[in-house]
Design a binder for this molecule. Structure first.
Ligand code: ZN
Length: 233
């Protein structure tokens, strides 16, 4: 546990989350007395001890950490998002939507590239970007400023009006009238076709597009940049 730096509320049960929301930051000797029966003793003992230890270390000047309030904020976000998803599910949304990728028509594709793999890890902001639920407890030392030197800011290219008129850059274009996705790198035009009746076919096309973007010889840096924005990593 000492080396664990990532706290992910999505790995905990709801009662465990509720318990940490109420007791994170308390001394283990206080917090762990009379644990409610629905709370999992092992992970909760570890996290209560970990948060207290980090707080104590910071108090004596040995390092800084994100703090109890940040942990509670992170848990609260997780619980709020899961409650919202449950409401949405009752209205016909897919269960746990971050396990899906959504195409430009709003169709959900279970476990397609870009979606959370295997379990819930992220949620969507209001622009549809995926945000991890997990937070780092201790700063990595890079101060969040370090970026690999091959990452350059992307210039949003003004698009032709016939192209729909939006001015946001799309990494992968999904023309509504074709069963194909198209590489968004200017001048490339690489397409991957799929069968619109099959979501695994769409997922496979996205997989091939991901490979194309990683391997392209034309404008390789732009391709890799687009790849990391569309598919992550
Ligand atoms: Zn391309």
């Amino acid at each position: 546990m000492d080396s664990v730096n990532s706290f992910d509320p999505a790995l905990l049960s709801f009662p465990d989350c509720d318990f940490l929301l109420a007791h994170a930051g308390e001394a283990p000797a206080v917090a762990l007395i009379g644990l409610p029966p629905q709370v999992n003793r092992v992970p909760i003992t570890q996290w209560i001890s970990k948060f207290y230890e980090l707080e104590e270390l910071q108090r004596v000047g040995r390092g800084t950490w994100v703090g109890v309030e940040k942990v509670k904020e992170c848990i609260k976000t997780y619980l709020d998002v899961r409650a919202k998803w449950k409401q949405d599910e009752a209205k016909g949304a897919p269960r746990n939507p971050s396990l899906y990728s959504f195409d430009s028509r709003g169709n959900a594709h279970f476990q397609a590239p870009g979606s959370d793999s295997g379990r819930v890890r992220t949620y969507f902001d209001d622009k549809g970007n995926r945000i991890p639920f997990a937070i780092n407890l201790v700063d990595s030392g890079y101060g969040g400023q370090w970026k690999p030197e091959w990452i350059r800011p992307v210039k949003a290219e003004a698009k032709d009006e016939k192209d729909g008129g939006t001015d946001s850059t799309e990494m992968v274009k999904e023309p509504a009238d074709k069963n194909a996705i198209e590489c968004g790198v200017k001048g490339c035009g690489h397409t991957e076709t799929y069968n619109s009746a099959s979501r695994s076919s769409y997922g496979a096309a996205r997989g091939r597009m991901s490979k194309h973007m990683r391997k392209a010889k034309f404008e390789p840096e732009v391709h890799r940049e687009y790849h990391s924005m569309e598919f992550g990593s």
